[in-house]
Design a protein around this ligand. Structure first.
Ligand code: SF4
Length: 413
């Protein structure tokens, strides 16, 4: 089978070219043709020797992902559904803003982490994407947008990439790092390390490895101020609890291109959106654990994400005034806090809505469904506490959040 050149970072391509008897500068030329000019056909690479083009035709290909569909939102957001074979399809989303264009890229077909509020997590897991399949999302998006917008190099459509699509990127580390290197390489897409973000649900050992291997900006899906609630929202928290996660964030900052970690926080009505939970986050950021113990202080910024409901979640979006009150508590404590604008929700392209098509090979979806029964969510304490009983989320959905479960307590099933 022909080698897919999208699978290589520049060093990998140089080594492969060496095997063909070609010098490194030929690999640089080839890399620039593929990533900077978007060439998909070796015949177009006119400054390469004919003999090299013939070898490439014989041994290699630039394997773009077949596009199942492209949808455009009224707000300019574009979503592509890419066929990755075997009954799986993954999504990538372009989000245009006044000062930048962002591409949200997928790293896996499905996801085994199974976060409760995430549409991908509810579908289970099929497989990791290869480096070539990760890079192909940017390759297609950048060059098709350039053609549509009439942009010519050095103009580009995408100057910001976030690994926040389908999948947990740090559970596909071997394929992720070469892809990041392609994004960053001056002969590739030339993106700044500050403008490439890996978002993780908290795979602690891999956060440490990323710091050593390719320290781009880091975003961490936090979603709760204590371990009990976080375990019920982000099951990986059982393996890597908050104290370990925050310590890894602190270590990451020694090499990070930014001097803060972005904490993503999906706002769930009556679950994690109370004033007391906002104050607990302020204490965490200041280096104080839930029981008042000393934890590493993590310079951070919060990104509050309005939840995008989907039928299987049984969760509701926090009302806008609750999100603003929550944000105000963080901001008053001096923490930079933004509320993410929902983009592309008319085409199901907003955060947490990416679902693609996943042939679940691991029964992750089934396990997740069982876990939802085994570990009921803990509802947020009321903002006007009163003595009383806790109750599980299931009983609060559809009603005003008026529960009194203490923060951190596990409610009875
Ligand atoms: S939020 Fe991320 S880590 Fe969690 S299930 Fe969704 S894709 Fe996986």
């Amino acid at each position: 089978m022909a080698v897919n050149l999208l699978d290589f970072d520049l060093e990998g391509l140089a080594a492969w070219c060496e095997g063909l008897g070609e010098k490194r500068f030929r690999a640089v030329q080839l890399f620039r043709w593929i990533h900077q000019k978007g060439a998909g056909d070796f015949a177009a690479m006119t400054d390469l020797a004919r003999s090299l083009r013939e070898k490439l035709q014989q041994h290699a290909e630039i394997r773009a992902l077949p596009v199942f569909g492209e949808q455009r939102s009224a707000d300019g957001t574009v979503k592509w559904l890419f066929d990755v074979g075997g009954g799986n399809a993954v999504e990538a989303v372009f989000i245009p803003e006044a000062d930048r264009g962002t591409l949200c890229v997928s790293s896996q077909a499905g996801c085994a982490v199974g976060c409760r509020f995430c549409s991908t997590g509810h579908q289970g897991f099929s497989r990791n994407l290869s480096t070539g399949e990760i890079v192909a999302q940017l390759w297609h998006a950048e060059h098709s947008l350039r053609r549509a917008l009439g942009l010519a190099p050095p103009e580009r459509a995408i100057d910001n990439v976030v690994m926040m699509g389908m999948g947990e990127p740090l559970q596909n580390y071997a394929a992720l790092v070469p892809a990041l290197r392609v994004f960053l390489d001056d002969h590739g897409y030339g993106l700044s390390r500050r403008r490439v973000t890996v978002s993780t649900s908290g795979v602690v050992p891999m956060i440490d490895r990323l710091r050593e291997d390719c320290s781009v900006a880091l975003a961490v899906s936090l979603h709760a101020p204590d371990d009990t609630l976080r375990e019920s929202l982000v099951p990986l928290n059982r393996k890597y609890p908050l104290a370990e996660l925050l310590a890894a964030c602190r270590r990451y900052l020694d090499r990070a291109p930014r001097d803060f970690i972005t904490f993503e926080y999906c706002m769930l009505d009556g679950v994690n959106d109370s004033d007391e939970q906002a104050r607990a986050l302020v204490r965490l950021a200041a280096g104080q654990g839930p029981a008042g113990e000393a934890w590493p202080r993590v310079p951070c910024k919060f990104n509050l994400i309005p939840f995008n409901p989907f039928p299987a979640s049984g969760l509701k979006r926090s009302p806008r005034e609750r999100v603003l009150a929550f944000a105000a508590i963080l901001q008053d404590a001096g923490i930079v806090t933004t509320v993410r604008k929902t983009r592309g929700d008319d085409i199901d392209a907003a955060c947490g809505q990416l679902a693609g098509e996943v042939l679940d090979r691991t029964q992750a979806a089934e396990r997740l469904a069982r876990r939802r029964v085994d570990v009921p969510l803990v509802a947020a304490p009321s903002n006007a506490p009163a003595p009383g009983r806790g109750r599980s989320l299931a009983s609060t959905v559809g009603s005003a959040p008026s529960t009194t479960t203490p923060a951190g307590a596990r409610s009875a099933a």
